[in-house]
Design a binder for this molecule. Structure first.
Ligand code: F58
Length: 824
């Protein structure tokens, strides 16, 4: 074959001016979409704009990847079942510095960038914090120039769309790909075969040595789709590679030949189900067979891809840990540990100890929860059926590991039982948490408290055995999406005063601190917030019909609906305020608008009932003419990244009220903070670190601490005592029990009441009075406008630590061995 010639990089997409964008836009509309200005829909215009932007990413993408290859750089691989990305157009425009040129170009052709951006479907390939964290980290890794690749699943249906119908959540499928995705490239040349089922056996090789085999498997093709991940104004473009399942044969020919055409097609469809849909649970492991298949599907494909790339650039497999770091985003990809062992031992013929050394030094594991029901375990029979060879490998890992533990703790059989990868229940189970700790060189929690709890509770035995593995990396969020893009007004004000260095070094926001004493700055700061509140108010009016007073305090709780996050505590407080006004219509209360948003897992009965409860509270409060604008309750449906971007800029009070010891970190709290909201919260997760950063006069903390919760739980907690003691809480209970909120649906909320009376697992009753007292303090504090604005500025100014750039730098230096040198 003749040598391919290099004509140098193409220049047509280099033009970053308005003129260049107009040319690209019209060319794309014509040649990629075969449309003109008469026939193009708004969606076509969005597509044409996106391709014009994408063209400018592609050059940078190719040269970034070429550079990594030429320099044989150590790569970081972020393995995650979830990437909750949201929209990309605005983000890419911002990162490329193309915003203005595109805005102007579109104006010239009679279009409006805002409208165009609103056409984009959110890439909702995740549930909640864990998935959004992965997306923030991709952003930071690219911005820091780290040679990183995200690996995950290209779900055909992302997180469901939520509608609130008659006060209740109804789920609708998220067909995010139905109109095409301008940001992805299919890469059939890198497709990989992934095996399932079959049988594992050992026989002798030609040279007489023993060799394990996995045969008679059912195979699925993993088809990669690449998405470019741009860094902020640094010409770096990394890759997010998402796998889609394709049947390995077009049709099963045996059925086909037997004339059973339908069956042949049916089997093909079944195979392709693997990447069909994201499991919609947060903090719950359901243990479904299809989920295990998803986990293995994407980790096996990703490892094959990584080994292929490694071999292109290196010779000696023992060098893998020098060139490859794999971060496991929770245990979901932990089956990668035995899979890498299988590759190294069975396929590459390394001895066990060498392979194990490579494996442990390659993997690192992040834990995101201590909630027992979220810790993954798989029934041994299920694993044996789907991944027979992996089960053997897991047994071998376990056997060797427990032998070592036994040497350190002779005779301590209880400890061995607890540390075993295999749980000896009726039906034995594989504990993915234990496997992750054993197979990784680093284990981290996501906030200081959470990492401490891992060491003292969940992984106590492991901490005692290998303390050096345990570390903390407090979560972070990207200021580029959550401040620069979401809150343009506040960003511009900040940049006017301190310059734009904060975009890549959020600590620079501290330069705002002296501005607290500048009355004219405070006025501007306050005006920005007011403007944002008005915008949100008109959005709320548009989507829900509810009018709200934009002068009221915007008091907001947005996150997944879960008992431990205690939306119920918030709702009870709202009811108590309502009751106060009902008993004394002239009561001097601070006008507030309570805004809630969040999805409930479709199978989580209590969470769905909480949504109905909040809707019922909203119905009563909003319709009560005597209350007027003093209290309003809004439940915004379909919480997602793009909606979150509208909410945070308008926020004033951030509700972070989980039971202490349950929220591993929380990242919403950080998005509020950077947008100048003040937190009311428990001493849980990252709240503790926020409190430390801003000082106690700039945050409202309340409630039982984590150790107090533990003590109360073990000494016996009786919620009824707390209800009796609190007249406000008793009133709330009476109101609900009298069916005031469910006049046509008697007893609807009985299960909520019963769960609180009979145990109140998340200590709603125990914390209620302290919470109300703190809320009163907030109300008083809000009236002192100057002081409040200073608090708001302080929160934003002190949010530097909570940038995902800081978090990623910690991972890079302490865990991945790719330290980042940044000009400070
Ligand atoms: C969240 N976990 C934590 N899990 O709850 C939150 O405190 C933390 O800030 C965040 O991770 C990032 O570290 C979470 O979002 C899930 O959604 C899993 C999805 C798959 C099933 C198990 C839960």
């Amino acid at each position: 074959m003749s040598q391919k010639k290099d004509f140098g990089p193409s220049t047509i997409f280099k033009d970053m001016t308005k003129k260049g964008m107009i040319l690209s836009f019209t060319a794309n509309r014509e040649y990629s979409l075969a449309k003109d200005r008469y026939t193009a829909t708004l969606y076509d215009d969005f597509f044409a704009t996106s391709i014009a932007v994408r063209d400018r990413l592609v050059e940078r993408w190719i040269s970034t990847q070429q550079r990594y290859h030429n320099e044989n750089r150590k790569r970081v691989y972020y393995f995650s079942m979830e990437f909750l990305i949201g929209r990309l157009l605005g983000n890419n425009l911002m990162n490329l510095g193309l915003w203005e040129a595109t805005n102007d170009a579109l104006k010239d052709v009679g279009l409006e960038l805002g409208q165009i951006r609103d056409c984009e479907a959110d890439a909702g390939l995740g549930n909640a914090g864990l998935g959004r964290l992965a997306a923030c980290y991709l952003d930071s890794m690219a911005t820091l120039g780290i040679p990183a690749h995200g690996y995950g699943i290209r779900y055909e249906y992302g997180i469901f769309n939520q509608k609130i119908i008659n006060g209740a959540q109804v789920e609708f499928p998220d067909e995010w790909l139905s109109r095409g995705n301008p940001w992805e490239f299919q890469r059939p040349e890198y497709a990989v075969k992934v095996h399932f089922y079959g049988r594992a056996y050992i026989d002798k090789d030609d040279d007489g040595s023993l060799r394990a085999h996995w045969a008679d498997t059912d195979d699925v093709v993993a088809m990669p789709y690449d998405m470019p991940i741009s860094g902020y104004k640094n010409d770096v473009v990394n890759t997010l590679r998402l796998w889609s399942a394709k049947s390995s044969e077009e049709f099963d020919l045996s059925y086909f030949n037997d004339g059973d055409y339908e069956r042949a097609v049916y089997d093909k469809v079944l195979t392709e189900n693997i990447s069909k849909v994201l499991y919609p649970n947060d903090n719950l492991s359901q243990g479904r067979e299809l989920r295990l298949k998803q986990e293995y599907f994407f980790t096996a494909a990703s490892l094959a891809d990584i080994v292929r790339r490694f071999k292109m650039e290196n010779k000696d497999l023992r060098e893998i840990p020098k060139k490859v770091a794999i971060q496991l985003n929770d245990t979901h990809p932990a089956i990668a540990i035995p899979e890498l062992m299988r590759i190294l031992v069975d396929a590459e013929r390394l001895d066990w100890d060498t392979a194990w050394d490579i494996t442990v030094n390659t993997f690192a594991y992040t834990n995101h929860t201590v909630m027992p029901e979220a810790i993954e375990t798989w029934p041994v029979p299920m694993m044996e059926k789907i991944l027979p060879r992996h089960l053997q490998i897991i047994y071998e890992i376990n056997y060797r590991f427990l032998k070592e533990v036994a040497i350190s703790f002779p005779g301590d059989n209880d400890r061995l039982r607890r540390m075993s990868i295999i749980e000896e229940s009726d039906i034995k189970r594989v504990r993915m948490g234990n496997l992750s700790v054993i197979g990784s060189h680093s284990v981290n929690g996501v906030s200081a408290l959470h990492s401490q709890l891992l060491k003292s509770n969940l992984f106590k035995d492991f901490y005692e055995f290998t303390p050096e593995k345990f570390t903390n990396v407090t979560n972070g969020i990207t200021q580029r999406r959550w401040l620069m893009k979401a809150n343009v007004k506040q960003s511009d004000l900040i940049t006017d005063v301190i310059g734009d260095g904060w975009a890549t070094d959020l600590n620079k926001l501290e330069l705002l601190l002296p501005c607290r004493d500048d009355a004219s700055f405070r006025k501007k700061w306050s005006a920005v917030k007011d403007g944002n509140k008005k915008e949100l108010a008109s959005y709320i009016k548009k989507v829900s019909g509810i009018s709200i007073d934009h002068n009221s305090l915007f008091d907001i709780q947005v996150k997944r609906i879960h008992e431990y996050k205690r939306q119920l505590l918030f709702a009870f407080y709202i009811l108590s305020q309502y009751l106060k006004l009902k008993s004394d219509p002239k009561a001097d209360i601070l006008p507030r608008t309570f805004i809630l948003s969040g999805k409930a897992a479709p199978g989580y009965y209590m969470a769905k009932l909480i949504i109905r409860f909040v809707s019922a509270v909203a119905e009563v409060v909003n319709k009560d003419r005597a209350i007027g604008d003093r209290l309003k309750v809004v439940f915004l449906e379909n919480y997602r990244v793009s909606l979150a971007e509208r909410i945070f800029p308008a926020s004033e009070l951030s509700e972070q009220i989980s039971t202490a010891g349950t929220e591993a970190s929380g990242t919403g709290c950080m998005k509020f903070m950077v947008n100048g909201a003040v937190t009311i919260g428990t001493m849980d997760g990252a709240n503790i670190e926020i409190a430390k950063a801003v000082g106690k006069e700039n945050i409202f903390t309340f409630g039982l601490k984590s150790d107090e919760i533990q003590a109360l739980r073990s000494n016996g907690y009786n919620p009824r005592e707390y209800i009796e003691r609190s007249s406000a809480l008793s009133d709330v209970f009476r109101l609900i029990q009298a069916n005031f909120l469910s006049p046509v649906d008697f007893g609807l909320f009985e299960p909520l009441i019963r769960s609180l009376l009979n145990g109140d697992y998340f200590f709603v009753c125990a914390d209620f009075d302290a919470y109300c007292e703190k809320q009163n303090e907030v109300s008083r504090a809000y009236l002192d406008r100057d002081r409040w604005i200073k608090r708001s500025i302080t929160n934003a100014a002190k949010s530097g630590y909570f940038s995902s750039d800081r978090a990623v730098e910690e991972y890079a230096g302490d865990i991945w061995g790719v330290p980042v040198k940044r000009a400070k």
